[in-house]
Design a protein around this ligand. Structure first.
Ligand SMILES: Nc1ncnc2c1ncn2[C@@H]1O[C@H](COP(=O)(O)OP(=O)(O)OP(=O)(O)O)[C@@H](O)[C@H]1O
Ligand SMILES: [Mg+2]
Length: 318
């Protein structure tokens, strides 16, 4: 099955290694890595690394067009871009080379016009088929009207497409109104919509709206809610070199396994392993399948309650 990724806020990611980085200084980079980015393309990259056929639909504009097209072609991604008047953004990821948390500067992205939004709306059902899976990851650029995400989730799902949503704030809220097939927010993103609650309760509450919930908690792993049950998934400890895009790797791992017919719980476990494998290396993406499988075998799973039964008990925090 070809998996579809919707990349509304495509980016060029420039990752700079700047030893000793502190605000206010003048530095010289030790290395510069330029790649196709934005959450959608991060998901697409990991799907390709997992050997899945992938198509991308999204907005792309300006000087970034040849670079992103070339990088996607090199990854073997089928491309259906809506070319826009605005200039696709560049995001800066600054690594200090000493294991400090990365500094990330994300441009908001160009505005898209009504016509460009309409073209995208028409492109989606033309390229994706019933029974397939679409992942909608990341923010929407200015110009995408309120309600757009809800509409496309409804329209695609009534056509038999399974939609996974990995976004935040109002866009997550409106997507939930359309009962998406799956959601993979962080605890903070879910709490932004439902209010602060323990992770197990957040996952259980989201499961009233989505068939599969993978609520992520960084190094602590994730809570899976689906099939009426709530599970805590804990990855083995790793040295996190660059955890950026771990959530994107998790979403990719999850849909890859669901597309192959695994259960929601097994797919979530594999997703957690992909997220952890991504965090453990500097470059965005995952190492070999063998390494991901090895991490997956070390992800512990504990059933912590039932969806909506008020029986979810918080697990001890490690
Ligand atoms: N430091 C870490 N050590 C081990 N695993 C990690 C670490 N950070 C992330 N992960 C793995 O990746 C998954 C997703 O991570 P996280 O909750 O940080 O997602 P996120 O904030 O959505 O990331 P992004 O939006 O940058 O893609 C976690 O559930 C976990 O399995
Ligand atoms: Mg995320």
């Amino acid at each position: 099955m070809t998996l579809t990724v919707l990349s509304l806020n495509t980016a060029i990611d420039r990752t700079l290694m700047v030893p000793g980085l502190r605000p206010g200084g003048v530095y010289r980079t030790q290395s510069v890595h330029v790649d196709a980015g934005g959450k959608g393309l991060n998901v697409a990259r990991v799907l390709r690394q997992l050997g899945e056929p992938v198509r991308v639909v999204g907005f792309l504009g300006g000087a970034a067009i040849p670079l992103i097209r070339e990088r996607c072609a090199a990854m073997g991604i089928e491309q259906h871009w809506v070319e826009i008047e605005g200039e696709t953004r560049t995001c800066l990821i600054l690594l200090d080379g000493e294991g400090g948390a990365p500094t990330v500067i994300n441009e908001s992205g160009p505005s898209v016009t009504e016509t460009e939004v309409e073209t995208l709306r028409r492109t989606l059902p033309a390229v994706i088929r019933s029974g397939e899976i679409l992942a909608l990851s990341g923010s929407a650029p200015p110009g995408v009207p309120r309600g757009f995400i809800r509409e496309i989730v409804s329209a695609l799902q009534s056509g038999g497409v399974r939609v996974l949503i990995d976004t935040s704030e109002v866009r997550l809220g409106e997507a939930l109104e359309a009962s998406p097939w799956a959601v993979t927010p962080t605890v903070d993103e879910a709490a932004g919509v439902l209010g602060p609650r323990p992770p197990e309760d957040l996952a259980s509450a989201l499961a009233a709206r989505a068939e599969h919930v993978v609520l992520t908690e960084g190094a602590r792993g994730a809570v899976y809610a689906g099939g009426g049950e709530v599970w805590q998934l804990v990855p083995p400890p790793v040295t996190a070199l660059n955890p950026i895009a771990s959530g994107d790797a998790l979403a990719a791992g999850f849909i890859s396994r669901m597309a192959r017919g695994d259960t929601g719980l097994q797919s979530a476990r594999f997703g957690v392993a992909c997220g952890t494998a991504n965090a453990a290396q500097n470059a965005a993406g995952i190492p070999s399948m063998a390494e991901v499988e090895e991490i997956a075998s070390q992800v512990t799973m504990a059933r912590v309650g039932e969806v909506g039964r008020g029986e979810v008990r918080p697990t001890p925090r490690i």
